[in-house]
Ligand binder design. Structure first.
Ligand code: HEM
Length: 519
């Protein structure tokens, strides 16, 4: 008996000793060795603090920067959104090392290195670890987070959902949904009994709702109302994610029944139950499932006796991905473009002239007109450059690897701050902080000193699958609005406070004054 207790004690001591050793390696030794290795290559950064890394400083800097209100004519949003990057770049140079908890991150802003990393097809740079709350939002088995053969399989199945023919059909949905919104605006403006009625609209909310309606209808054959539970749960999950952002993520704690985890689990269940209802209504209503995104996913599940190409869980996660990705980003692109056109009336007029020339005052845009709307294309590109919804891209080195002259140690995350690259004067010229769509007159690749200086949709195999959809959606919606309404100005209460809540959005909304155009 005594021997058994003795042996059990030895085992216990060994286990505890191993745990302590492992914790020491992760918390102390690994950061020490990695910092020294990178210092030898000339890369330094803020000091590592045990366990927290630089998270406390990041939190403090962000809290302070979120109190600031920018001049509406200022497009210099990088210091407000990524204040820590701005500070460390000025102290340590454009390439520097910092610590997201115990996770090392190297920040690079060189477009050539960014392109090399993002174009790697050999799996040497994988999607970096995301917080559990972010993974839940779009699903660990959806396109955004999967890797390797799973990613190839999913992307092959999903690509046809964004083919030219599908996009043409989706355009009619975009037109119908936009008409619904404009009809409401028109009714509201006719209530004003003045000769030149004006209406005030919170454009951020309008576009959130419109883009949600468009993706729910065009990809899932449902509507904003049917998808509303999914959208609401995702908005709540997004809030959980943003509040967790500057906290240390301890592996395994996402399984503990803490109040915040219980909340996340509930929201996840609610979101999936709504998705399941949309799926089963499709299974009952159409024998061939249809050709939209949901139909394509269901065909990959029901392969009539052959091996399934997708499991039900994967389908649900793809639905989460497209419900979220399909509207969150586009609504912000539309909101920022509206802000820019409200401030730059000359460009608003130029776009309206182009629209009247190519589509007249009422004709709805189609695939032929889109290519003729050159100025519109330039304005959208400039909006993506200055206020692109994604603030940074990140990849983790899965092996020790060379990137240009840098030796990136395995397990290190490389971050590309898009906001910095998109406003860099050495790339875009001395007017980099100005709204100047003319810079795109000769195409995107000639707009700056480097062909890949604009990375709003990323490049390489993991580039945005929805980019053609977005461009068509933005052109359709803006064309239809500008045919019927004028953005007179931003409302006085507008505060220019871009903030990164998963995507870059106006912290306090975007109230705009509009006026219907006279016939
Ligand atoms: C203005 C709008 C949008 C912008 C700026 C944007 C930007 C991006 C970027 C930068 C990536 C790459 C992320 C990374 O490499 O880490 C990405 C990926 C992705 N986007 Fe978009 N996006 C937009 C709209 C959309 C829409 C409308 C959809 C769906 C209909 C969509 C679906 C996706 C998906 C599924 C991925 C993952 C692709 C993969 O890993 O294979 N996005 N997007």
């Amino acid at each position: 008996m005594g021997l058994v207790i003795f042996l059990a004690l030895i085992v216990l001591i060994l286990i505890i000793g191993l745990r302590i050793f492992k914790a020491f390696m992760i918390l102390v030794w690994h950061p020490f060795v990695l910092t020294r290795r990178l210092k030898n290559q000339g890369i330094s950064g803020p000091n590592y603090r045990i366990f927290y890394g630089n998270l406390s400083e990041i939190k403090k800097m962000k809290r302070e920067s979120h109190l600031s209100i920018l001049d509406p004519s200022s497009n210099d949003i990088f210091p407000r959104i990524l204040p820590h990057y701005q500070k460390w770049m000025s102290q340590y140079g454009e390439t520097f090392l910092y610590w997201n908890g115990t996770e090392p991150r190297i920040c690079i802003s060189d477009p050539e290195l960014a392109k090399t990393m993002l174009s790697n097809k050999l799996g040497f740079f994988v999607k970096s670890k995301a917080r559990p709350e972010a993974v839940k939002l779009v699903g660990s088995k959806g396109l955004v987070f999967i890797e390797g053969a799973d990613w190839v399989r999913h992307r092959r199945i999903l690509n046809p959902a964004f083919s030219i023919d599908r996009l043409k059909i989706m355009t009619t949905v975009m037109v119908d949904c936009t008409l619904k919104m404009l009809e409401e605006w028109r009714k509201e403006s006719t209530k004003e009994e003045t000769e030149h009625p004006k209406i005030k609209k919170e454009m951020n909310e309008e576009f959130q709702r419109l883009t949600a309606d468009i993706i729910a209808t065009s990809a899932f054959g449902s509507s904003y109302v049917e998808g509303i539970e999914v959208f609401r749960s995702q908005m709540e999950l997004k809030r959980c994610y943003t509040t967790s952002l500057n906290q240390v993520s301890i592996p395994g704690t996402q399984y503990l029944p803490t109040p915040s985890n219980i909340r996340v689990w509930k929201l996840e269940r609610k979101m999936d139950n709504s998705i399941k209802r949309i799926i089963s209504s499709r299974l009952q209503s159409k024998s061939d499932y249809g050709d939209d995104l949901l139909g394509i996913l269901l065909k990959a599940y029901n392969t009539e006796g052959k091996e399934r190409k997708m499991s039900i869980e994967e389908i649900i996660h793809e639905c989460r991905t497209f419900f979220f990705g399909g509207h969150e980003t586009t609504s912000n692109l539309l909101a920022w473009t509206t802000m820019l056109l409200s401030l730059h009336q000359d460009w608003q007029e130029k776009l309206r002239e182009e629209i009247f020339k190519e589509c007249g005052k009422e004709k709805t845009p189609d695939s032929e007109t889109f290519s003729k709307l050159k100025l519109m294309n330039m304005v959208i590109m400039e909006s993506l450059r200055l206020y692109g919804p994604v603030s940074a891209l990140a990849r983790e080195a899965s092996v020790n690897i060379k990137l240009g002259d840098l030796e990136i140690p395995k397990g290190t995350t490389v971050v590309i701050p898009l906001l910095k690259m998109h406003s860099d004067k050495t790339l875009w010229g001395s007017d980099a902080d100005k709204f100047n769509p003319m810079r795109f007159a000769n195409g995107v690749s000639r707009a700056a000193n480097h062909p890949n200086a604009l990375l709003a949709f990323s490049v390489g195999p993991r580039a945005c699958i929805g980019q053609n959809f977005v461009m068509i959606e933005a052109k359709t919606v803006l064309t239809m609005i500008l045919q019927r309404f004028r953005f007179i100005s931003l409302c006085d209460e507008y505060k220019h406070t871009p903030v990164d809540n998963v995507t870059i959005q106006p912290q306090y909304g975007l109230p705009v004054m509009l006026q219907p155009l006279e016939d």
